[in-house]
Ligand binder design. Structure first.
Ligand code: MIG
Length: 681
């Protein structure tokens, strides 16, 4: 049951789609205190209670023991002390003696102290104008389902977006892209898309393509299309200030940019130098900005990633002036240690400063509102701008779209990637842990920068990361400029990489079906074990294994130099060990803890009892999802009596989701599995 409580005079954020009558009674699941400028909620947690959720945040699946601050931030160091990342997802579930979900619909700063200050106390501090939803249901899955119905169906990408994708900040021109493609072709490794980072633009101007770097862009895009390879350009939030640049000029002329208090267009500096920010919260500005994506779709582009939309600010004119004055005044001073550190901090404080976020305003269709109060909506509305434009430009076609910043509600328009992680082992674990939390909040099309964005990756880290990444809907290898080259053919022998990526392609019929089920039925694709085994107290403590779809459990290796790991099986399961789509071994393991060896070049996963899954049968030349033969499958399963599986298949591109037509059920009994766990054809 969902209850809705309204405090003060909140703005309509667009997070929810269901109309729920306002409850006039008191919030029943938590205690509340209202002050002049805040709504504060308290809950006394039992020792064993678990807190799930909060989407893209650091730390574990169980969020207890830390404070999380909802304030979208461009921070590339995702270590455990960080309180905010790029996306804001104010939904959590307390699971234990009493189980409930709570969603704080407040686009300004919200603080979740999940037992940091006092181990037993969950304290949520929201602004005075907010809407709070509480959800109670029979099960964790039930709570999530109700929440997801409240916030609406998740974005569904084209099927090709489930292929393997290569990105890097630093691919400069046509030749660089071609080199990447031949790098993969030469080693017969599938590749579905290559990304264009900011370097493809003319001086970082949105919607432009540098002609020096791409002499005939549409021709190039279409040449790649013929090989079923997609080019996916980045779009940044800030619009470069430059006379003669039409996007800038139209924006100024029509008052489409965010403004300072006195009506002047707000100026910040990001990659292009000085920019204005389109007022994504204004319907007309949003339609205008979204319409610009057509400049690229009409050249053949069918996928985008939206970046820097927290919005990230390097510095603002005003703030820089103040800081420089302060620094200049120090010039001939004898700086003591305090003033020296103050000097160091001054420069750092220029970026993503709350002073700047308080210095500009939106025109929300007539309502003037300070950015700081709606800060967390910016990336959401940028992505909505694009998605709504696509509805007009290509109403029948799915276009790939994902964003760095997000808020609940944006999941209806696009996916996210988890931003600038590092080539550190702990970030692989973080990525595993973020997935179910994001899924709870509706974000299904997601994944992390495989191999790590910052820092130099190593072959073993990249292999292990891919072994997890083959299960994430977005499977993209991405890295920062200046780091070690990270395409899989940069590490000598490519055999293991090729095998792992081919396993991804073999799994696509299953992964795509499970994604579609999760999207169409408002469920989670990645789940913590406790969601499937609520009675199992050991399952509740597992922080590094996930259920993926209805049939399997994964337990990725995320520790360097490990030969394997301890894995908890919540029931008897069939272990599948794969070195390649063709080389498989099966072994049944009983319920309980086991140390299982997993070599660097192996993928291991577990099939639940009486479950099965289809694998695509790959011929040697599968390069993209378009080459997958889906006329027959290899079924693998653990049928003690019988196993049933519902496969989802569609054309992968149109938006008519017709379950009656697209679902197909398969039932096999134990005898059908002639080879015990395997049926071919
Ligand atoms: O300030 O466009 O998260 O994926 O490669 C860095 C360059 C800007 C941040 C994104 C990253 C991208 C990078 N961008």
């Amino acid at each position: 049951m969902i209850k809705k409580y309204v405090f003060g005079n909140p703005i309509e954020t667009g997070a929810t789609v269901q109309k729920i009558p306002e409850s006039l009674s008191k919030i029943s699941v938590m205690q509340m205190e209202k002050t002049e400028d805040k709504v504060v909620l308290f809950y006394n947690m039992e020792k064993e209670d678990i807190v799930y959720g909060l989407g893209e945040q650091v730390r574990g699946i169980n969020k207890r023991g830390f404070s999380y601050i909802s304030y979208a931030t461009d921070d590339p160091i995702h270590t455990e002390g960080k309180h905010s990342l790029y996306g804001i997802h104010n939904f959590l579930i307390v699971s234990g003696k009493w189980t409930f979900g709570i969603f704080i619909d407040d686009p300004g700063k919200v603080i979740f102290d999940v037992g940091e200050t006092s181990m037993e106390t969950l304290k949520i501090t929201a602004g005075k104008d907010c809407v709070i939803y509480t959800i109670e249901a029979e099960s964790l899955k039930g709570i999530v389902k109700q929440f997801r119905q409240l916030v609406g169906r998740s974005y569904i990408p084209p099927k090709w977006a489930f292929g393997y994708q290569q990105s890097r900040w630093g691919y400069e021109n046509q030749k660089d892209i071609k080199d990447v493609i031949s790098g993969y072709k030469d080693h017969k490794i599938p590749l579905e898309a290559v990304y264009l980072d900011i370097d493809y633009m003319e001086h970082y101007k949105d919607f432009t393509v540098d002609k020096e770097k791409f002499s005939d862009f549409p021709k190039f895009v279409n040449e790649l299309k013929e090989q079923n390879i997609h080019l996916v350009p980045i779009i940044d939030a800030g619009v470069k200030i430059e006379e003669g640049y039409s996007v800038y000029e139209e924006g100024v002329e029509n008052n489409y940019f965010c403004k300072e208090e006195d009506g002047k267009d707000f100026t910040a500096a990001v990659w292009p130098g000085k920019v204005h920010f389109p007022d994504m919260l204004n319907t007309k500005a949003r339609e205008w900005f979204g319409g610009k994506y057509e400049l690229l779709t009409k050249q053949g582009i069918d996928g985008f990633w939206n970046d820097m939309n927290e919005p990230a600010i390097f510095y603002s004119e005003e703030n820089l002036k103040k800081v420089l004055e302060e620094i200049i005044a120090m010039k001939d001073e004898n700086l003591d240690i305090h003033s020296f550190f103050h000097l160091k901090d001054l420069v750092g404080s220029l970026s993503n400063s709350s002073i700047d976020y308080a210095a500009f305003y939106h025109n929300m269709d007539g309502l003037k509102i300070c950015h700081k109060d709606v800060h967390n909506l910016y990336g959401f509305y940028m992505t909505k701008a694009a998605a709504e434009a696509f509805e007009k430009i290509e109403p029948k076609k799915r276009i790939l779209l994902f964003s760095r910043s997000s808020y609940i509600g944006m999941h209806r328009y696009g996916g996210i990637w988890t931003g600038d992680n590092h080539a550190w082992w702990q970030q692989l674990l973080l990525s595993i842990q973020q997935m179910p939390s994001l899924n709870m909040c509706g974000i299904l099309y997601t994944g992390s920068d495989i191999g790590g964005f910052g820092g130099d990756t190593t072959k073993d880290l990249l292999l292990r990361w891919l072994e997890f990444g083959i299960f994430t809907p977005l499977m993209r290898n991405h890295s920062a400029a200046g780091t070690r080259k990270q395409e899989v053919y940069q590490f000598g022998d490519t055999k293991d990489f090729r095998n792992i990526i081919r396993i991804r392609y073999a799994l696509i019929p299953y992964l795509y079906s499970e994604f579609m089920k999760a999207a169409l039925e408002d469920e989670m694709y990645f789940r913590p074990l406790a969601f499937d085994y609520p009675e199992d107290t050991s399952a509740k403590r597992v922080e590094d294994q996930l259920m993926v779809g209805e049939s399997i459990m994964i337990a990725p290796v995320y520790i360097q130099n490990a030969y394997g790991r301890y894995i908890y099986l919540p029931e008897e399961m069939l272990m599948v060990r794969m070195k390649s789509p063709e080389e498989k071994q099966f072994e049944v393991w009983e319920k309980g803890d086991h140390y299982i060896e997993i070599a660097l070049n192996e993928v291991v996963f577990f099939i639940k009892k009486n479950h099965m899954l289809p694998l695509a049968i790959l011929d040697d030349m599968v390069n993209t999802t378009a080459d997958l033969d889906e006329s027959r499958y290899e079924w693998i399963g653990f049928a003690e009596e019988r196993a049933e599986y519902t496969l989802y298949r569609d054309d992968g591109i149109s938006k008519t989701y017709t379950p009656q037509k697209d679902w197909k059920s398969y039932v096999f009994s134990e005898e059908d599995f002639a080879d015990k766990y395997q049926i071919l054809g």
